[in-house]
Design a binder for this molecule. Structure first.
Ligand code: BG6
Length: 482
């Protein structure tokens, strides 16, 4: 009998959409580049009945659909599929976990679990794993959202996980942290001398964080309508971006130092007042030239769930006093864009004012996706003899990361996150205290909505959201970077 290897990756929800689109292609890429050990077994599990061969066929089809052309290598594909195994499991029934443990066999060299499951299956799954002996010291568990939908439910889930695993074994996933450009925020801030001396209320006027999407519901009706933009995007991804922009320089790059600094920012978030936020919901309109229906038509029922939210946030600490962080995110907006804009203070004295020179403030634009660039808008004089007065114009100091690193392979966020999970590197995962601080702030916002009966304002699909979101910055004399 062939000895089975004693290290494995266990994928819950192995036949789901995330697995097809992201996890299997990511694991294949790690396999192709020989970044995971040849003896690591990959065991998929889900409710649907399959054997190993059927799961391999499922994976083959998923890879045919989602792997980029230049990633396809028949020999490597075959050896990747050979790694895959499958065990059917009804996670609501703890008894089934015995068979799962049997399939896994010896996991003493290390078991990494990737758990993405419906919220109601969370606690039974943890309990099942515990009873089947799959929570020992050499097991790590990666947890995919949704991990609750408010502080109370998130605490319940975190408590259940903590009863079976130590915090060092728990890897809470926020896939934004796996994006190359998001990690680049730290490099930009802390590997360059020029930004940090100005990176405070003395040098910065305000910060904008936009995560806009053109897609609508994408077949996730039930989940999305119960969740809304605030909990789907702000509670996690946007607050993590904000924390990386606003945190103090950590003393070192280790997971504890970085997460200590992020959590301080999250705890310093000021409760938001009603007049500092806008909820929105898309109506019919046109996105990229194509007519699209409104949210409630997509949903097929009446709903007040927000598909857009904009917030003027404040970080109440020494560095950021008086510097608003304007956040906005939404579905069916004008374009897909994740971007951070840092607008600096105006120069203290406008030398060019008397001669007609207009002097907008410098802006640092960090485009995270779909393009990857860092652009600094600086003022320059338009060439000419200037008889009628000097004309200044904004020009971009342009750093295209796509061009500068054209040869480097771009990896999807889950490649890095899965590899970090397998290797036990926690830096890019969210610690419990961060999640709790995030929920505390978000729960406060939802309470204001409830107390004031704040409704979602309509906006046309394909626009930049409700007019009130534009007014949120304009009334402070500031403008979104559209
Ligand atoms: C997910 C949200 O977390 O992030 C989705 O649930 C959203 O609603 C997605 O579409 C956006 O991720 P990305 O990587 O495409 O920006």
């Amino acid at each position: 009998m062939i000895e089975k290897s004693c290290s494995a990756l266990l994928l819950f929800g192995a036949t789901g959409d995330l697995s097809r689109r992201m996890l299997l292609p990511s694991l294949y890429a790690l396999h192709e580049d020989e970044l995971i050990g040849p003896d690591l077994r990959i065991v998929g599990t889900a409710r649907s009945e399959h054997d190993d061969a059927e799961f391999r066929e499922f994976a083959r089809l998923a890879l045919a659909e989602f792997l980029p052309e230049d990633r396809r290598d028949d020999a490597k594909l075959a050896s990747f599929l050979d790694r895959l195994e499958y065990q059917t499991l009804d996670a609501s029934n703890v008894d089934g976990f015995g068979d799962l443990a049997k399939k896994l066999g010896d996991t003493s060299c290390g078991l990494s679990i990737f758990l993405s499951t419906a919220p109601f299956l969370f606690e039974p799954t943890i309990e099942g794993l515990r009873r089947a002996g799959l929570t020992h010291g050499n097991v790590r568990i990666g947890l995919e959202k949704p991990l609750g939908n408010d502080l109370a439910s998130s605490t319940r889930i975190n408590d259940a996980v903590a009863a079976a695993f130590a915090e060092e074994q728990i890897f809470r996933i926020d896939h934004y942290l796996g994006k190359e450009t998001v990690q680049n925020l730290m490099a930009l801030r802390f590997a360059n001398m020029i930004f940090e001396p100005l990176w405070n209320s003395g040098g910065i006027d305000h910060v904008q964080i936009t995560v806009s999407e053109t897609v609508g519901l994408e077949g996730r009706k039930g989940f999305y309508d119960d969740t809304g933009a605030l909990r789907d995007m702000v509670q996690n991804h946007m607050l993590q971006l904000l924390a990386l922009i606003a945190m103090e320089p950590p003393a070192s790059l280790d997971a504890t130092s970085i997460r200590d600094e992020k959590v301080k920012v999250l705890r310093a978030l000021r409760p938001v007042k009603a007049e500092e936020m806008v909820r929105g919901q898309y109506r019919t309109g046109a996105v990229k030239g194509a007519a699209v229906s409104g949210y409630q038509e997509d949903l097929n029922e009446a709903s007040d769930t927000e598909t857009f939210v904009s917030i003027k946030a404040h970080v109440d600490n020494w560095r950021w006093t008086g510097v608003p962080f304007y956040l906005r995110t939404g579905k069916r907006l004008s374009e897909r864009r994740s971007e951070i804009v840092v607008e600096f203070k105006p120069v203290p004295h406008n030398l060019f004012g008397q001669r007609g020179g207009r002097l907008p403030a410098n802006r640092l634009v960090i485009r995270l996706q779909p393009e990857e660039y860092v652009r600094m808008q600086v003022m320059a004089k338009e060439p000419g003899l200037d008889r009628g007065g000097i004309t200044l114009r904004e020009v971009n100091l342009d750093l295209s990361l796509t061009t500068a690193f054209a040869k480097a392979r771009r990896r999807i966020a889950y490649e890095r996150l899965l590899l970090d999970l397998i290797e036990g590197e926690q830096t890019l995962f969210v610690r419990r205290d961060e999640v709790e601080a995030q929920w505390r702030w978000v729960d406060g916002i939802r309470k204001v909505w409830d107390d004031t009966g704040m409704e979602a304002k309509p906006y046309a699909a394909g626009s930049w959201g409700p007019n009130a979101a534009i007014a949120l910055t304009e009334r402070d004399g500031r403008s979104w970077n559209d």
